[in-house]
Ligand binder design. Structure first.
Ligand code: PSU
Ligand code: MN
Length: 298
């Protein structure tokens, strides 16, 4: 028997896939997660595309969920579902498996979508030579023929090593109207992107060329809007503090990201949260623009 899949691909127009981890209790605290979900969905709709949230609900893998009817559950407690967990969550009938970037890409690509919006991707963790902790997000981005829009990778990662890994995996990393690799809450990490793009049409042309050569995924990195950004120095100090706390608490593996994001909110007196919402909304807006350009090219 195949996996229970539900793709609400009713429209044949432009669609943008979204992950659910960021909107669950694992991502943003209540009530900001609900606000984030509404703002991202509205940004995609206003851009002329359909938001397609991914999640495992009662053992069914969804791509496209009625957001109004299911907001309570989506913004509630969840088990984290990365690509390795999707089949288990379906087969064991998990009530709410919140999909990370890797799981969302797996499901959305399977449903025939081409564009995905998230906040910040996972990547190579600091200290990875000892722990081997490299997010499954990177492998999924490389593998699936999808365009992922993010505000760079989460800032507590080893960003230089993350870019190296993306190069090794032959992922085109495109700076959205920028030459700098963004650092999630900050507009620049001080690292350069290999390529810059200045329009959605340019991204669509690159995607078509990449896919005609059987290439995998493409990563578009969009810096957080200026008004909502945190300065890199301030952010670096907060990150060091947050990582120190996670280390003291003995957190490892998949639990690290939710714990560090929480500690980061504390270390910035909560200012990382509106920044997180603003960057997710901005990514959703950019993703919709790209989805529309891609559909026009069909
Ligand atoms: N960024 C956020 N909140 C999150 C995540 C990213 O602001 O909750 C999630 C995403 O779902 C991402 C995941 O795919 O963290 C990566 O987790 P890990 O580092 O364990 O692979
Ligand atoms: Mn990990």
């Amino acid at each position: 028997m195949g996996a229970r899949m539900s793709a609400m691909t009713t429209s044949s127009g432009p669609m943008v896939a979204m992950e659910s981890t960021i909107f669950s209790h694992l991502g943003l605290p209540s009530p900001f997660n609900k606000e984030g979900l509404e703002r991202c969905a509205a940004a995609i709709r206003n851009g002329g595309a359909e938001p397609m949230l991914t999640a495992v609900l009662d053992g069914t893998a969804h791509v496209g969920i009625d957001l109004e009817a299911n907001a309570e559950q989506i913004c509630g407690p969840a088990r984290k579902v990365a690509a390795r967990d999707v089949a288990v969550a379906v087969a064991q009938g998990w009530s709410y498996g919140a999909t990370t970037v890797s799981a969302s890409l797996m499901l959305a690509a399977n449903a025939g979508l081409s564009v995905f919006a998230t906040g910040g991707i996972g990547g190579v963790h600091r200290g990875w030579p000892d722990t081997g902790d490299v997010s499954a997000d990177l492998g999924a981005i490389a593998r699936h023929q999808m365009i992922t829009v993010s505000a760079g990778a989460k800032v507590f990662l080893d960003l230089a090593a993350t870019l190296e890994r993306l190069e090794t995996d032959s992922v085109p990393v495109l700076g959205w109207k920028t030459d700098d690799f963004p650092a999630f809450h900050a507009r620049s990490s001080g690292l350069s992107v290999p390529h810059r793009v200045d329009s959605a049409e340019e991204v669509a042309r690159i995607a078509r060329a990449h896919w005609s050569l059987d290439g995998g995924g493409i990563l578009v990195v969009a810096p957080v809007p200026e008004d909502d950004a945190i300065a890199f120095d301030e952010l670096s100090r907060a990150v060091d503090q947050a990582l120190g706390e996670a280390d003291k608490a003995g957190v490892t593996g998949a639990a690290i990201t939710p714990v560090v994001l929480g500690a980061l909110a504390d270390a910035t007196d909560g200012s990382s949260i509106p920044t997180n919402l603003a960057l997710a909304e901005n990514n959703a807006r950019v993703a919709a623009e790209i989805a529309v350009a891609l559909a026009a090219n069909d």
